[in-house]
Design a protein. Structure first.
Length: 202
């Protein structure tokens, strides 16, 4: 049996999917090894992720509960199958500012499962600035327009709900081919923690 290759180098260490309060750190190693990160607001770090023991060459770990508009120092740590431990140089990332959070109920949406919320949600979408989050509190929001909610030429916008208790649903009076939403020429658009139901199919 050939011996396992020894860990000697890191490569491609970088932060991806950076948000106001989280980041994913990715890196590669030249031998299968485990994954861990030290991080903090100074080069002394102070926080350490849980050790991911699975030996891999391509690594990714999630940093949560970060502070918006803050610079963090981090370094990656990996140990190969033979127990050789390697620690990277110091790297830095800066979290962006938190996006404004605006509720659709501010614009009159009910989410009660009986009111047609199309106009209210469309007004909220049209009024939302770029790089902001439109929040859908728990409830069922009925949509009747043939194109659904139309989102056009928006950048850095998010829709966020309260999980599967937030539902955007086609109104019973809508045409059978009506959409829940139509997105045109949008960039960096994110939808999370909500469900869509068109004609009974979620």
């Amino acid at each position: 049996m050939l011996p396992s290759p020894e860990l000697t180098t890191f490569s491609q260490i970088h932060a991806v999917f950076l948000t106001a309060d989280s980041a994913i750190i990715r890196w590669d190693t030249d031998a299968p090894s485990d994954s861990q990160i030290e991080y903090g607001t100074s080069a002394s770090y102070g926080q350490t992720t849980s050790l991911l023991e699975s030996p891999v060459r391509s690594h990714a770990l999630f940093l949560a509960h970060l502070t918006p508009k803050t610079t963090y120092h981090y370094r990656v740590i990996s140990r190969d199958l033979a127990g050789h431990r390697a620690v990277s140089h110091n790297f830095r990332l800066t979290t962006p500012a938190a996006r404004p959070l605006i509720s659709v109920k501010t614009y009159g949406a009910k989410g009660d499962g009986s009111t047609d919320d199309t106009a209210a949600i469309q007004t909220a979408v049209n009024s939302l600035p770029n790089n902001a989050t439109l929040y859908f509190p728990r409830g069922t929001y009925l949509i009747s327009a043939s194109q659904g909610i139309e989102v056009t030429n928006r950048r850095g916008v998010s829709w966020k709900g309260d999980g599967f208790t937030t539902l955007l649903k086609r109104h019973a009076a809508a045409h059978p081919t009506a959409r829940i939403a139509t997105f045109t020429n949008d960039s960096d658009f994110h939808i999370s923690d909500m469900a869509f139901d068109a004609n009974g199919i979620t």
